[in-house]
Write a protein that binds this ligand. Sequence first.
Ligand code: PLP
Length: 356
Amino acid sequence: MSPLVARRDDLVSLEGYHSPQVPAEVRLNTNESPLPPPAGWAEAFGAEVARIAPNRYPDRGADDLRRALAELHGVSPSEVFCANGSNEVIQCLLLAFGGPDRLVATFEPTYALHSFIARLTATPIASAPRDARFGVDVDAAKALFEERRPAVTFLCSPNNPTANADPPELVERILSMAPGLVVVDEAYGQFAQASAAALLGRAGAEGLVVVRTFSKTWAMAAARLGYLLADREIVEAAQAVALPYHLSAYTQAAGLCALRFRPEMEARVALVAEQRGRLAAALAGLDVEQWPSDANFILFRPRARSAKEVWQGLLERSVLIRDVSGRDELAGCLRVTVGTAAENDRFLAALEACLR
Ligand SMILES: Cc1ncc(COP(=O)(O)O)c(C=O)c1O
């Protein structure tokens, strides 16, 4: 290959992020909201879009949106940073706090993008395994912190793909031991009982960063909007590495409009939680092992069939779920997003047929 097109040495083997986007009637593979935002949101958003001057750059500081989010969480706007999805939030964090001479710590298995983005930002990764129930192993974490001194530690609560949330005591323990930032990815936070955001501002929590997204509970995956809550110095560091005008006026307007529909969002969360209970009860009657879920998805393992076989069988019935069996700790496992009642029925009928 011509030296002109030689990639960065450390990224030569990088394949890019893969989550198959194949056509299917029932799509339960990416943990999106099964319902669109409320009709009132579309109306409000349309009106806001009409007010945007397309020839002008957007508000660089996303001030209105940050103010609204600050109000939602009871913090100051200077403690909020917004970006194009929580993935970009995490990228900005690692651009600011990672780099070749620093380490990122993860507890595996967890959301693959934490280590993927670490690689993109040339930040080496140190990982510790989770315990048998996929909780963070405090002793393993302590050893990792003492030996490797990571600059950034990722928690993920509820954890993707295992669906368990970290109890607040665990987050406090990790905060007390970790030498650098502790980033709690709460993409599915509204489905869990507790949020690490309650710890913000407390003594000892100066390095805490809570990351949230509009992609799941706010039913706005298409808009690409995420944010973090943290001490103002951390926010300033993230702002410093974000590209100028990175958050479009349309994205900002979408988020601002969504925040006017909080009761509707909460109703969606309640509906998904109810369907999650139904799905878990139905799975309990099938030949699969499943793990308790605090999120809008369930991890399960067919006992008598391979994950690949079941994934393919479901796809043949036009039901798409996520095959996570490629990782050693998740051998044989699949992950299904909780859908509408009708989608869940289709999934369950198809799964029963595949297991037969
Ligand atoms: C744990 C976790 N964090 C972040 C994200 C990315 O969300 P966003 O759409 O906000 O980039 C996901 C998406 O699946 C996720 O599972």
